[in-house]
Design a protein around this ligand. Structure first.
Ligand code: CP
Ligand code: NVA
Length: 302
């Protein structure tokens, strides 16, 4: 395994399954109140250029519950925000901590961190990918469906960072992926090519109804990602027909599971009825961030 996780494609199928097995085991042990000190005296630095609820809390709790420690670092509060280079920040942090998790605007910042760090670097979301999210999503899919191969995974909405990682996740696990997005909002070209190179069955279309038909999994995310705020009005207009609602759900399989990485904007990309409905797995999905990341930390730090 690579010492870093910048892209989901840094992991092989076998490594993903191994992480998911560990994650499920840790989840079951946590439910029984079993504790661990596997990462005693280990520290994770968590660098954030943008907001976070789930990523921040789940990584911090993961380190605490594994006997280690996590430090939250907003770029505004450290010298990075006053012009110290990413390279120097990485070199200095590597002298103190055993791993760095970073949420950044530009994916290049992660590459610069990786190049200059002597400890593992984990992508906590960039403009290009959100691999930790997809580890939790795969765990959730396996819990609900018991398999990956042959499932119809349909993405409705923006071809964004989460969608890019989802394409790689589908390619690595044998799920058929359909992306339905407005023209001009397709997923990243290079990631699409990479997913296809990995054997991915990826179909990018513009009709949400066609994507929903026979879906085992329906996934959406916000129409306006962090960093896209200036395009808010235009995006709301462009995406108005790409909502996951009860009509769309009717086209999917009766036992379709609905995923959303959260935060959700009820009434925009998804209706409140669907988020709260019987097909929604969004809160299990959010919980699984904790278990999947614990497994990842154990792998990278052991
Ligand atoms: N899904 C996710 O990454 O959520 P946060 O932005 O709250 O971390
Ligand atoms: N695509 C969203 C995901 C947030 C977890 C964003 O980048 O803002």
């Amino acid at each position: 395994m690579q010492p870093h996780l910048l892209s989901l494609a840094d992991l092989s199928y076998a490594e993903i399954i191994n992480i998911l097995d560990t994650a499920s085991d840790l989840k079951e042990k946590r439910a029984r109140g079993k504790t661990s000190s596997a990462l005693k005296n280990r520290t994770l630095a968590m660098l954030f250029e943008k907001s976070s609820t789930r990523t921040r809390i789940s990584f911090e709790v993961a380190m605490t519950e594994l006997g280690g420690h996590a430090i939250y670092l907003s770029y505004r509060d450290i010298q990075l925000g006053r012009g110290e280079s990413v390279a120097d920040t990485a070199r200095v942090m590597s002298r103190y901590v055993q791993a760095i998790m970073a949420r950044v605007y530009k994916h290049e910042t992660l590459i610069e961190l990786e190049k200059n760090s002597t400890v593992p670097v984990i992508n906590g979301l960039s403009d290009l990918e959100h691999p930790c999210q997809l580890l939790a999503d795969l765990m959730t899919i396996r819990e609900y469906k018991g398999k990956f191969k042959g499932l119809n995974f349909s993405w409705i909405g923006d071809g964004n960072n989460v969608c890019n990682s989802a394409m790689l996740a589908c390619a690595l696990t044998g799920m058929k992926m359909t992306v339905a997005c407005p023209e001009g909002y397709e997923p990243n070209h290079d990631v699409t090519a990479k997913a296809k190179e990995l054997g991915g069955m990826i179909n990018i279309i513009h009709d949400p109804k066609r994507a929903a038909k026979n879906a085992d999994i329906l996934y959406t995310d916000v129409w306006v990602s962090m960093g896209d705020e200036e395009e808010y009005d235009r995006r709301l207009r462009d995406f108005k027909n790409y909502q996951i609602n009860s009509k769309i759900l009717e086209l999917a399989k009766h036992d379709v599971m609905v995923l959303h990485c959260l935060p959700a904007h009820r009434g925009e990309e998804i209706t409140a009825e669907v988020v709260e409905g019987p097909n929604s797995a969004v809160f299990d999905q959010a919980e699984n961030r904790l278990h999947a990341q614990k497994a990842l930390l154990l792998k990278l730090l052991s």
